[in-house]
Design a protein around this ligand. Structure first.
Ligand code: ACM
Ligand code: ZN
Length: 521
């Protein structure tokens, strides 16, 4: 057998454990700086966590993550130690890394995790989990594995402050347990926003105490469609508090979306008097009726605003998030054109047309939300007919090319979720993991000032096609890992081949977590 020079070099690296070392440093999202060193830290029965009082919660989280698989009771100690210790500390000198950044040093006798803020400590803990063998994710004792972490220094912080996933809980109800599963994986990937699309034509999914009909009537598909029970229903306010608490422990904010003025026909199943036509809707599964309904809140009726404001009172009190998403997409203007009350509103307010009426509607709601201490987000249609100075725009209509430029020019913040790369209900034939990975949330040609207006990126999953848990898992993974990386890591570190190798290695983690994923050819 003859070897050429290249083959010999490849064989050398394979033999030298070079590949093994690479996969052991497989972290998704890729950290900002990684400096590998020689040696390993090994967890043993005497490994101790050194932690100050103000990080006890994070230290207990770390214990809970590691102990089931290690089968070791990791001791907590408030006093410093030198050998076989993991030290967590807050360090004000790390301010330049921001509240989510962290500095992690793994030496053979000590792990030191430092951050400016405890949020950063949590993300550093996720890196420690990712550096251990994937079996660490098992919920029961694992034998025959050496719990080694390669020595390395990592300094890390995120590119974007909004690293999101939207789950459509309306087209198909997504149970509290399933939401928690996704929150768990999101935190493993350092994602920090779960946007819950709680209302739409297919059902209202949030308990509102003032309007029990929203859940007793509007959360159910019409019985004639014989939809399975698990596809409908709602979250009680206690469920939501539980989800918010679970998410907050994992650095994740829950952002609620309450759709208006369109995508609201489910409401008219119980409150027809709030629509322009006054007709009662029959709530249907997505493919058994209109995709986009002409039914719309009547913008000329003051009762509409009293109703929405009462709902927003409860939503604002329930969700600690600084944002409330009000939808605003795909609001057909047909009924507004035909409605005497809406036409009177247009003339009373000196508005030009129905687009300006939508803008007036959104601005009025924004004022109300601001009075409750909340900021408004809307889909990018809220830019039509005039955008308020403070609204945040979620850009989804990838085919309307000038929206990001316009929004940046107006000085508003935006979150990028275009159909071209971020719609995870689309098949992999249209949006492959590579296509997700190739997306740069900052549009080409944006200068420094414009770029600052892009505050993040998000995957949107609409639940009208894939509806069961394994189906939803496969639509999300592995694409969500790619999105997590473009949301966290610098664009100039992008490396598809490297990501693919790390992702292959991480599939074992998904297997252990019980998450299904799509296998691409
Ligand atoms: C959307 O996809 N209608 C926001
Ligand atoms: Zn009307």
């Amino acid at each position: 057998m003859k070897f050429n020079c290249l083959t010999l070099i490849i064989l050398f690296f394979l033999n030298s454990g070079f590949v093994a070392a690479l996969t052991k440093l497989s972290i998704i999202p890729e950290p900002a700086k990684i400096i590998p060193a020689s040696g390993t830290f090994r967890f043993t029965k005497t490994t101790t966590l050194i932690v100050p009082e103000n990080l006890l919660f994070r230290a207990k989280q770390l214990k809970n993550y590691l102990e089931p698989a290690l089968g070791i009771d990791l001791q907590l100690n408030l006093k410093p130690g030198k050998e076989n210790v993991i030290e967590l500390k807050l360090d004000k000198s790390l301010k330049s890394l921001g509240t989510e950044g962290y500095h992690l040093e793994i030496l053979s006798n000590k792990i030191c995790l430092m951050a400016f803020d405890e949020k950063g400590i949590f993300w550093g803990i996720q890196t420690i989990r990712q550096l251990l063998p994937p079996e660490i994710l098992r919920g029961a004792i694992v034998t025959g594995v050496s719990w080694d972490i390669p020595c390395v220094t990592i300094e890390d912080n995120p590119r974007f402050k909004w690293r999101g996933l939207m789950l459509d809980c309306s087209r198909t109800f997504i149970s509290k347990e399933q939401i928690k599963r996704y929150l768990e994986v999101m935190s493993f990937l350092k994602m920090n926003v779960l946007h819950m699309h709680l209302t739409d034509d297919q059902g209202w999914r949030l308990e509102i105490r003032k309007y029990p009909e929203l859940t007793s009537i509007c959360s159910k598909f019409h019985e004639s469609f014989k939809e399975p029970n698990e596809y409908q229903g709602f979250y009680s306010q206690d469920d939501i508090r539980e989800i918010i608490g679970f998410a907050a422990q994992r650095n994740i904010e829950i952002v609620p979306e309450i759709e208006m003025p369109g995508h609201s026909s489910e409401i008219f199943a119980a409150f027809p008097q709030l629509s322009c036509k006054g007709d009662t809707a029959k709530i249907h599964p997505f493919f058994k009726g209109a995709g986009v309904h002409n039914e719309i809140f009547c913008a000329g009726n003051e009762d509409t605003f009293r109703f929405i404001e009462n709902i927003l009172d409860e939503v604002s009190a329930l969700f600690p998030s600084e944002y409330v998403h009000i939808g605003g997409d795909e609001a057909p203007k047909k009924h507004w054109k035909e409605c005497p009350k809406c036409q009177k509103r247009i003339s009373d307010q000196g508005l030009k047309d129905e687009n300006e009426l939508q803008s007036w509607f959104v601005k009025r709601i924004e004022k109300y939300l601001n009075s409750k201490g909340k900021k408004l987000i809307g889909w990018d249609e809220i830019t039509e007919g005039g955008l308020s100075h403070s609204a945040t725009v979620m850009y989804w209509r990838g085919w309307v090319k000038d929206v990001p430029e316009k929004v940046a020019e107006l000085g508003n913040e935006m979150i990028m979720t275009p159909t071209s790369n971020c719609y995870f209900d689309y098949p992999y034939d249209n949006i492959s993991t590579e296509k997700v990975y190739s997306f740069n949330p900052v549009p080409e040609g944006f200068g420094a000032e414009q770029s600052k207006k892009v505050v993040g990126v998000q995957a949107n999953f609409w639940s009208h096609i894939d509806r069961t848990q394994p189906q939803i898992d496969r639509q999300l993974f592995p694409r969500l890992s790619a999105l997590a990386e473009i949301a966290w890591s610098d664009n100039n570190k992008k490396d598809w081949t490297g990501f693919k190798a790390r992702m292959e290695f991480k599939k074992k983690s998904l297997d252990i977590l019980g998450i299904s994923y799509f296998i691409e050819k």
